[in-house]
Write a protein that binds this ligand. Structure first.
Ligand SMILES: [Fe+2]
Length: 198
């Protein structure tokens, strides 16, 4: 049941073919992601498995020229990221459960929380980028169950050199990688073809 994801990556590629500026990309990309996370019946189980100790990030699709990637983030109860940046635009859509995103800003050489954390509820979408705010910390809003969000980034995000921002100050190099070595097969459309007359 990977059709919604296949249709999403197809539409996202067409959106980028039009070379939108970042505000257009984030607006139109958010609409596409909102449609994808409006239903929770397409993510294969293998890419929805939590780890007991830390969050997992499963690559679902990478564009052939690495213009974008789609990742499922699976949060066990209470799990959180370090404070981190992305260096490219990103969209976050809530598929299952809820998460908090706490933005950070640099003041006097230190990264400090910027206002209240934003709660992302199922079906909700938010954006990050160096232009609109790129440093945040994300955590599962639930201490008793798994949450899953679907992320889209303007690069092959697992292979991007970026940073974490430890509480003691400064920043550390960070390349996230992925939790999986195999990807979901989005491209077997044979069932659709067999079900319709030639
Ligand atoms: Fe992030």
């Amino acid at each position: 049941m990977t059709r919604p994801l296949r249709e999403f990556v197809h539409a996202f590629g067409l959106l980028l073919d039009g070379r939108p500026d970042e505000p257009q990309l984030l607006a139109q990309g958010s609409a596409l992601l909102r449609t994808l996370v409006a239903r929770d019946d397409w993510l294969p189980e293998a890419f929805a498995q939590p780890h007991p100790e830390h969050y997992r990030q499963y690559l679902l699709h990478a564009d052939s020229t690495e213009r974008f990637s789609v990742v499922s983030f699976v949060w066990g109860p209470g799990q959180a990221t370090p404070v981190h940046d992305h260096t490219v635009w990103g969209l976050i859509g809530m598929l299952r459960g809820s998460e908090y995103s706490q933005g950070y800003v640099e003041r006097d050489g230190a990264w400090v929380p910027d206002g209240e954390a934003v709660l992302l509820a199922p079906g909700g979408v938010e954006a990050v980028s160096p232009r609109i705010g790129d440093v945040h910390r994300v955590r599962n809003a639930h201490d008793d169950r798994v949450s899953i969000s679907i992320h889209v980034y303007g690069a092959n995000i697992g292979a991007v050199r970026r940073h974490t921002y430890p509480p003691e100050g400064g920043r550390r190099p960070f390349v996230s990688g992925y939790s999986n070595t195999v990807l979901p097969n989005l491209w077997d459309r044979s069932a659709e073809l067999r079900s319709t007359a030639a």
